[in-house]
Design a binder for this molecule. Structure first.
Ligand code: HEC
Length: 106
């Protein structure tokens, strides 16, 4: 537990050095560096790799009906062609990036 909290704090401090990123929360930075290439900045996956992989847009009813817990599960353990992130990101980072992803629907 202590170890993970440490990583989160470091990530938060790193994000804090960039004012805009910090304003959007820690999830924005993670999303931009790890998720955006497939899900796109708007979450619509409308071009590039996301389109090629047929990633569902965030507006898709199947995506909208997923709970935050289900999405965290999908990112942790992988879903379809999306690789599992549990060895690459901490649980806190996954949660932050998922909540940022969910905020894109608004
Ligand atoms: C290599 C491309 C790729 C990357 C990078 C990627 N994803 Fe995905 N993601 C996919 C694919 C493919 C699916 C499953 C197919 C689909 O959308 O139907 C998926 C599914 C999801 C889902 C389930 C809802 C949905 O759209 O089907 C969530 C939530 C999600 N990804 C979040 C993330 C987050 C958060 C990250 C960054 C930590 C991330 N993804 C990185 C390709 C990617």
């Amino acid at each position: 537990m202590k170890f993970k909290t440490g990583i989160t704090l470091v990530a938060l401090m790193a994000a804090g050095t960039m004012t805009t990123a910090f304003a959007q929360g820690p999830g924005a930075e993670i999303y931009k560096s790890k998720c955006q290439m497939c899900h796109s900045a708007t979450g619509m996956a409308e071009f590039g790799m996301g389109k090629a992989m047929k990633v569902k847009p965030i507006s898709d009813p199947a995506v909208k009906k997923m709970t935050e817990a289900q999405m965290i599960e999908a990112v942790r353990n992988g879903m379809g062609k999306m690789q599992p992130y549990k060895d690459k990101l901490t649980d806190a980072q996954i949660k932050d990036s998922v909540s940022y992803f969910r905020s894109l629907t608004k």
